[in-house]
Ligand binder design. Structure first.
Ligand code: BDR
Ligand code: CA
Length: 307
C-alpha cells in the first residue's frame, strides 16, 4: 500500500486525478490533499476542493499551503479553468473545511508518522519545494515526487514552457535538484493519453456526483471541441494512473534543468539531449503502451467513485 499526499490547485484535471486516486483504496492510501496557488488563488482552489469533496461525500483531510509562488506573482488561468478555477458544475456550499495545519506542517506530520510517503504534485511546486527546504532531514522519508509538469518539446503557456513549472520555476528547480526521486509526467505523455470526447459524453448524469464530473469534463474539453478535436488531455490524471498502472508506461532517466526567467524561457524544462550530464535526476514518462486501456481505467474510476 502506497501512502500519498496529493498537492493540487483544483482545477478540472486535478479533481479528476483525485477521483481516480480515491477510487483505489486497496492501492493508494490518500493521507490528505494539500492546496497551493496555481490555476487560481489559494482560497478559490481550496474552496473548489471542499465543494467537490462535499458532493463526493468524502471527508478527506484538506490542508492549505502557500498563497503565492516563491518569487513571481500568481497568474490565475481563467481561460483554461474559468473565473473560480473550477467553472462548469454548480457546486453546493462546502460542509468540509480545511484543517488549520499548514500544508508543509501536514507533510511533515505524515512523513514522521508513516516513515515513507509519496508526494503527488499536480500544481506549481511551491508547497513541496518549501517543505524540502524547511525540513531537509525529511527528504529520506519521501519515496518519490511524481508530478505533472514540464515538457520536452513544446509548452502550453509559453512556446517552450508548461504552466505548473512556469508558475513557480524557483520551486521547480529546488524539487528537481533535491535528490529525491522525481517522476515527471510532461505535456507530451499527457497529450498521448488524451481522453476521447465520446467517453466524456457517455457519462451517465444520473446522480449529483456523476453530473458534477460530467460538467467538469465537458467544460475542460471545450477548448479542444471548439477546435474540432475528438479528444482532450486531462493532464493531472497521468501521474495517478502511473502509480496505479505502471505497466502501461515506458520511462527514460533524463537530466532535466529548470530555466528561472526569460521572456521566452521562464519555466522551461531543459532536457540534456547530448548526454553530457552524468546525473539523471528525473524519470520521465515517455510512452503509454495502450491508451484505450488507460482511458477505460479512467472511465471505470469515474463510474465507481460517483455511484
Ligand atoms: C497543468 O496546469 C494546470 O492548469 C492543470 O491543472 C495542470 O496541472 C497543465 O499544464
Ligand atoms: Ca493542476
Amino acid at each position: 500500500m502506497r501512502r500519498i499526499i496529493i498537492d493540487c490547485d483544483p482545477g478540472h484535471d486535478d479533481i479528476t486525478a483525485i477521483v481516480c486516486a480515491l477510487a483505489h483504496p486497496e492501492q493508494l492510501d490518500v493521507l490528505g490533499l494539500t492546496t497551493v496557488c496555481g490555476n487560481n488563488l489559494l482560497d478559490n482552489v481550496t474552496r473548489n476542493l471542499c465543494q467537490v469533496m462535499t458532493v463526493l461525500k468524502r471527508d478527506c483531510i484538506i490542508s492549505k499551503g502557500y498563497d503565492s509562488p516563491m518569487v513571481y506573482h500568481p497568474e490565475p488561468q481563467r481561460a483554461a479553468h474559468g473565473e473560480t478555477g473550477l467553472a462548469g458544475p454548480e457546486l453546493p456550499e462546502p460542509v468540509i473545511e480545511p484543517i488549520s495545519l499548514h500544508a508543509i506542517e501536514f507533510m511533515k506530520k505524515m512523513a514522521l508518522e508513516h516513515g515513507k510517503i509519496t508526494l503527488v504534485a499536480l500544481a506549481p511546486l511551491t508547497n513541496i519545494a518549501l517543505f524540502l527546504k524547511t525540513y531537509p532531514e525529511l527528504k529520506q522519508n519521501i519515496e518519490c515526487i511524481t508530478l505533472m509538469g514540464g515538457s520536452r518539446y513544446g509548452g502550453n503557456i509559453l512556446e517552450k514552457s508548461e504552466f505548473n513549472i512556469y508558475a513557480d520555476p524557483h520551486a521547480a528547480r529546488i524539487v528537481f535538484e533535491s535528490g529525491v526521486p522525481v517522476v515527471m509526467s510532461g505535456l507530451e505523455i499527457c497529450q498521448e493519453c488524451s481522453t476521447p470526447h465520446v467517453l466524456i459524453d457517455s457519462l451517465n448524469q444520473g446522480n449529483e456526483a456523476m453530473k458534477m464530473m460530467y460538467d467538469i469534463l465537458q467544460f475542460f474539453s471545450e477548448y479542444n471541441r471548439k477546435r474540432n478535436r475528438d479528444c482532450s488531455p486531462i493532464f493531472d490524471v497521468v501521474p495517478v494512473m502511473h502509480l496505479l498502472h505502471p505497466e502501461l508506461f515506458e520511462t527514460e532517466n533524463c537530466a532535466v534543468h529548470i530555466e528561472l526567467d526569460g521572456m521566452y524561457t521562464r519555466g522551461m524544462t531543459v532536457f540534456n539531449e547530448n548526454d553530457m550530464d552524468s546525473i539523471k535526476n528525473v524519470t520521465v514518462l515517455t510512452h503509454c503502451k495502450d491508451t484505450v486501456v488507460y482511458n477505460q481505467y479512467l472511465l471505470n474510476d469515474l463510474i465507481s467513485m460517483t455511484k
